[in-house]
Design a protein around this ligand. Structure first.
Ligand code: GTP
Ligand code: MG
Length: 171
């Protein structure tokens, strides 16, 4: 059938890892080299059409700068899905991602579907600082989806949202 289901999805991760760029790529298929840091949070919607249902994502793109950290629970509370983003050229951002995963597992919805996205994969050839195997291993141990993505060249961006959509329970 063609049931339409609405789900709240939140993006979390350190500043400048590319959360807003991933959302803008997914929603508008655009990319900006000079994307402004998010203030507070941004709200966007986008649908994914699956074989037997349509998933309408209500997306909260949070601000990664430290001063906004305390706002995060407002955005992940009640979220059915979360994308935790790190930058494959920034080892510190992978540590940040792990701490977001921990927080979601402790304080998020018990059934929240978490995807870990290693963004800026277009730069991995020369500037990689986060090992793919290590990230995959961590994701497997923690029951997370994992993709390396690029908002710049669009690699795996649609796939990331589609794979989350497939796993959401369509009541
Ligand atoms: P906050 O809003 O502060 O939390 O940052 P953010 O995670 O939303 O990062 P944002 O999307 O603003 O991107 C930060 C910078 O990284 C921008 O200058 C982007 O152009 C760049 N960027 C984002 N995604 C990619 C990518 O996939 N590849 C490359 N090469 N650059 C990217
Ligand atoms: Mg942003």
């Amino acid at each position: 059938n063609n049931r339409v289901c609405h789900f709240k999805l939140v993006l979390l991760g350190d500043t400048a890892v590319g959360k807003s760029c991933l959302v803008v790529r997914f929603v508008r298929d655009e990319f900006f080299e000079y994307q402004e840091p998010t203030i507070g949070a941004a709200f966007l919607t986008q649908a994914v059409v699956l074989e037997d249902s349509t998933v309408k994502f209500e997306i909260w793109d949070t601000a990664g700068q430290e001063r906004y950290r305390s706002l995060a629970p407002m955005y992940y509370r009640g979220a059915s899905a979360a994308i935790v983003v790190y930058d494959v050229t920034n080892a510190e951002s992978f540590k940040g991602a792990k701490s977001w995963v921990k927080e979601l597992q402790r304080r998020g919805d018990p059934s929240v579907i978490i995807a870990l996205a290693g963004n800026k994969a277009d730069l991995a050839g020369t500037r990689r600082k986060v090992d793919l195997k290590e990230a995959e291993e961590y994701a497997r141990e923690n029951g997370l989806l994992h993709f390396e993505t690029s908002a710049k060249d669009a690699q795996n961006v649609k796939t990331l949202f589609v794979e989350i959509a497939k796993r959401l329970p369509k009541a």
